[in-house]
Design a protein around this ligand. Structure first.
Ligand code: MN
Length: 132
């Protein structure tokens, strides 16, 4: 499993802030500005998690999540929707599209990294050493 996180986000300032916070906490971050680019990068890099903006030009985050879920090799990768929509039902909508979870924009720099960590699968364990 890759140690990298993929952020799909068209707003440069949002991408910058999320990347900054995650890199400061030891994560490697890949960024994509469109859904199509994000899907290509997900398939190529198999990131540990995908942070997905919902309001994207062209293919929106719901469509991106549904497309990602069509690929069995990406099945174990959590998708965390990041959206400023605060409408009732929006959470159900993103989960129905295949997202594992949801965080709201504007992101809170104090809690963002721990929120993201809560969605990550467990760290891959190093192979057991044989006792001789
Ligand atoms: Mn956006």
């Amino acid at each position: 499993m890759s140690d990298r996180l993929l952020i799909i986000e068209d707003n440069a300032q949002n991408l910058y802030l999320m990347r900054f916070l995650l890199e400061k906490n030891g994560f490697a971050v890949l960024g994509a500005e469109t859904g199509a680019e994000g899907i290509r990068m997900a398939l190529h890099h198999k990131p540990r998690a995908i942070l997905l903006d919902i309001q994207l030009p062209g293919m929106d985050g719901y469509a991106v999540a549904r497309e990602l879920k069509k690929h069995p090799e990406l099945a174990g990768i959590p998708i965390v929707a990041v959206t400023s929509y605060a409408m009732v039902g929006d959470r159900e909508h993103v989960l129905a599209a295949g997202a594992t979870g949801y965080i709201e924009k504007p992101i809170n720099p104090e809690t963002f990294v721990s929120e993201i960590r809560s969605f990550l699968p467990p760290e891959p364990k190093p192979p057991e050493k044989s006792l001789r």
